[in-house]
Design a protein around this ligand. Structure first.
Ligand code: G4P
Length: 530
């Protein structure tokens, strides 16, 4: 990853990133503060309100509000300083990792939030690994420093050891818990002091000429100052200095310390994203790399969400623009169907308010309302038959059969299920023999989410039940061979929402046998999304 000086200024100022965190580390709180400082919301508490009103503005679904977990990923755009930030929200719960993985294909960087008392947790590690697979640059925010937290060196060591990445302190905390007074900004030689009286006030920033500056003793108690000097001296000896190239290549993460709830350290992190974060990066397609500065507009769908607004039964495809300058009303080619598509009402997401996007540039995320034409992985271009690569598809690991509690609603249920399948929220299989459907997901909680969404969005109460099958494999090969196999194994065959054939079974032994008996067929656990 490199920053390309020749980018048009409108593209160069864009920063498209996601926040990854273990649940409870403070992702929602940090998001809220980003939006607050980015002017997208007027006061804190709009993203997460307490008690009954507790919900995240970026959560669109009722169920998320009830459970307090963020199920869907959405995108938010706001300006900060001279930068345009596109923050793509990722669900934190492990059952929704499919969505998270796909979301990470649409961003150029990630912020990893860790809890200063807990350090690297299981979900942090998992998400980090996905970022690593894509060599995404990662900025680290060590949160909750207003609480008793671990020793700073210990936290940094843990990240280095656990995640095998160099860690360069961008700021250094002064005290912790009750004694936490603020941070020394190592990149700008500034002292940032936390305001404990007002959670929404941004820290006071004091220019310091270095650790010997006498001004320091005016603001920091003597014992803490001595410790700070010692620690920073040690850090400079033991830890690597921030190296932007290593960061952009994904080998080093700068770490800031702060307290999101107290608005502390957040601005410094935002400045860091602006100053050091990657500009929109080239995207891979099957034939060539698409550079952001290319004139023709191109983009790919990384997420589809149905019924975002229950009042309008719409479906929104989230598109990451890979190149060019998009203007509202443009006619783009939908590559999969080879059909032209006039994009007349694209939306930009400003927290929960959707606004018509008059224009957008490479790096931006726009939402395109549609009636189901747009699917995950689809490319939109000004004519070129591009196929973007790298959007993962996941093997369903859990299968259950589903039926409407009211048999009269079976037809409606089919429609709802197909919609969720196209959204990428689940795999849906229609067995050749018998009635009903089998749904495949990656995490068990997805069944609950689906049941709730089918009821809320379609008014159909459903029941998920154990299925006689536990594994699904797509069947590929020459058409006549596939047809013959399907005819001979009807009891094990189902169709997915695209009409492709799937072999269902309980036994790995069956799968191995088919592989042996039919070398001309391929049984695959995932299906290419594009
Ligand atoms: P998540 O999205 O990563 O799951 O975390 P979230 O922001 O919801 O934060 C989890 C909990 O941690 C919340 O408390 C939140 O207020 C608290 N928190 C976030 N940042 C800080 C911080 O800098 N310092 C301290 N001390 N706490 C922080 P909660 O009790 O679960 O919710 P609430 O009642 O405060 O809304």
């Amino acid at each position: 990853m490199t920053n390309r000086p020749q980018l048009p200024p409108e593209i160069a100022r864009r920063r498209t990133f996601a926040i990854i965190a273990h649940p409870d580390a403070g992702k929602t709180t940090l998001t809220e503060k980003f939006l607050l400082f980015g002017g997208a919301i007027q006061m804190a508490g709009q993203v997460r309100a307490k008690g009954e009103a507790r919900r995240t503005r970026s959560d669109f679904m009722k169920m998320e509000q009830d459970r307090g977990i963020s199920v869907s990923a959405s995108a938010m755009s706001f300006d900060f300083d001279r930068y345009r930030f596109n923050l793509v929200d990722t669900p934190g719960h492990s059952d929704f990792s499919e969505d998270t993985y796909r979301t990470l294909t649409a961003v150029d960087a990630a912020i990893m939030v860790i809890d200063g008392a807990k350090g690297v947790e299981s979900q942090t590690r998992k998400l980090f690994e996905v970022c690593r697979m894509r060599d995404l640059p990662i900025l680290t925010f060590c949160n909750k420093m207003d609480r008793e937290s671990r020793d700073t060196f210990e936290i940094i060591d843990e990240i280095q050891e656990n995640l095998a990445i160099d860690v360069a302190p961008a700021s250094w905390p002064i005290g912790s818990g009750r004694d936490f007074v603020g941070c020394y900004d190592l990149l700008h030689d500034r002292l940032e002091l936390m305001d404990r009286a007002d959670r929404n006030r941004v820290a006071e920033s004091i220019k310091i000429s270095g650790l010997d500056d006498p001004k320091l003793s005016k603001h920091i108690p003597a014992d803490q100052l001595e410790k700070l000097r010692e620690e920073i001296e040690m850090a400079r000896e033991l830890l690597p200095a921030f190296d932007r190239k290593a960061f952009l290549e994904g080998h080093m993460t700068p770490i800031w310390f702060g307290s999101a709830i107290n608005s502390f350290g957040v601005k410094e992190l935002m400045v860091g994203i602006g100053e050091f974060g990657p500009q929109p990066q080239p995207q891979n397609s099957a034939d060539r790399e698409i550079a952001p500065e290319e004139k023709p507009v191109t983009g790919f769908v990384f997420k589809v969400q149905a019924n975002m607004d229950p009042k309008h039964r719409d479906r929104v495809a989230f598109v990451r623009l890979a190149s060019g300058h998009f203007e509202r009303g443009m006619k783009l080619t939908h590559v999969r169907s080879k059909k032209p598509m006039a994009v007349s009402n694209p939306v930009l997401f400003l927290a929960a308010d959707r606004e018509l996007a008059e224009e957008a540039w490479a790096g931006d995320i726009i939402g395109i309302p549609n009636h189901g034409q747009l699917r995950i992985g689809d490319a939109l271009t000004e004519g070129e038959a591009l196929r973007f690569t790298g959007i993962p598809s996941f093997a369903p690991e859990l299968l259950q059969s589903v039926r409407a509690t009211d048999p009269m609603k079976a037809k409606h249920l089919e429609k709802a299920l197909m919609q969720f399948a196209e959204e990428g929220a689940a795999k849906v299989f229609k067995p050749m023999i018998g009635s009903g459907f089998i749904v495949g997901v990656v995490g068990a909680l997805q069944f609950e989410v689906l049941a709730s969404r089918i009821e809320i969005e379609y008014g159909i109460p459903v029941r998920f039940e154990a299925s006689q099958f536990t594994s699904a494999r797509w069947v590929a090969g020459p058409k006549d061979k596939v047809d013959a196999f399907v005819q001979a194994n009807k009891g094990h065959i189902a169709q997915d929402h695209d009409g492709d054939m799937v072999y269902l079974t309980r036994l790995q032994w069956d799968i191995d046998r088919v592989g042996r008996d039919h070398p001309e067929l391929r049984l695959t656990a995932t299906k290419e999304m594009m």
